[in-house]
Design a protein around this ligand. Structure first.
Ligand code: 13P
Length: 341
């Protein structure tokens, strides 16, 4: 087995998933605004240190996706973050796209940029300790959206990125996110997600990507967040599994879902409902940002005296999602934990 295959499998090891802590400057500012904290370089560093130094989180967390600034930062004792993570057996990764920008001549749609100079950036990140990477494309559901133009240009870019990663010895996490905002039905979400995945796997195949050395990071198939009659966990699990069984080859070792705008407990319950229906051809795991971090951020509030409270909130969410990896999560586990603390 090659290193790429080993890394991909290690990222979806039993009971484990990925922490997405790769918020760009503008996104982390939004998160800090929610707790009234200024987004300075040291506040961002302190927050990431809180997460990465949570004792025992390595039982549930296989890898962490870092942002360009974060991969160059260190813990307060001077240990560079990638070294700190490695010392706990957690694999460091890096977001390498440069964001979703307006797609020319396609009102309201986006194309993800960042291919120029990517080969050189990947070599540098590899030197800084990264073993995997992430690139996110976004698609909206609407009248005539996503367009074929948007679906295929983003698929092409995702495959270009994936090829450069594999050449550099990094596992590409391929992230096509069909945004679940709006009032669409779960059927519309299934159709859009299926079209996007079909294009992504066509391009990955045509551009010679070794699927065993990749992971897929998709949205779940949901009713729109503003839809009136939203599907429950069982329907979400059935619809999501149906789309992925049709469109994702079994050579892909794992599907690591993003949380999107789901509440932290919904994201856990949905993953659990899918794993309870297993076994599946691929590992079904998580690569959550908001759904792993929201309670920790709220508990911390940017105050040094709340660091321990922030860590225990993060530890708890990681543990709940680890249980959801095997279909063993139950909402009562949330209340039991609350009673203990
Ligand atoms: P969310 O889980 O908050 O959607 O973030 C995951 C991610 O990495 C989005 O690119």
């Amino acid at each position: 087995m090659t290193d790429l295959h080993e890394t991909a499998k290690a990222l979806v090891a039993e009971g484990k998933g990925i922490l997405a802590a790769d918020e760009s400057d503008s996104t982390i500012k939004k998160r800090f605004d929610s707790i009234g904290l200024e987004s300075t370089e040291d506040n961002r560093r302190a927050y990431r240190e809180l997460l990465f130094s949570t004792e025992g989180a390595e039982e549930f967390i296989s890898g962490v996706i870092l942002f360009d600034e974060t991969i160059r930062q260190s813990a307060s004792d001077g240990t560079p973050f990638p070294k700190l993570l490695e010392s706990k057996g957690i694999i460091p990764g890096i977001k390498v796209d440069k964001g979703a920008k307006p797609l020319p001549l396609a009102e309201g749609e986006t194309i993800t940029e960042g291919l120029d100079g990517l080969r050189e950036r990947l070599a540098e990140y590899r030197g800084l300790g990264a073993r995997f990477a992430k690139w996110r494309a976004t698609y909206s559901i609407g009248r005539d959206q996503p367009s074929e133009y948007c679906v295929w240009t983003n698929a092409h870019a995702l495959a270009r990125y994936a090829g450069l990663c594999q050449e550099a010895g990094l596992v590409p996490i391929v992230e096509p996110e069909v945004l679940q905002d709006g009032t669409h039905t779960i059927e519309q979400s299934a159709t859009a997600t299926g079209r996007v995945l079909q294009a992504v796997y066509t391009e990955l195949h045509d551009q010679r990507i070794d699927l065993y050395g990749t992971l897929l990071k998709p949205n779940m198939v949901l009713s729109g967040y503003d839809a009136s009659d939203r599907a429950g966990a069982d329907e979400v699990a059935e619809a999501t599994l149906d789309v992925f069984l049709r469109h994702v080859p079994a050579a892909v070792p794992g599907i690591v879902f993003l949380s999107g705008g789901q509440s932290d407990e919904d994201a856990t319950a949905h993953l659990n409902a899918m794993n309870a229906r297993g076994p599946h051809p691929w590992e079904l795991s998580f690569s959550y940002g908001r759904a792993l971090q929201a309670p920790a951020l709220k508990a911390w509030q940017g105050k040094p005296e709340n660091v321990e409270a922030g860590r225990s909130a993060f530890y708890h969410r990681a543990k709940m999602n680890s249980a959801a990896r095997t279909g063993m999560y139950a909402p009562e586990m949330e209340r039991e934990a609350a009673a203990v603390s």
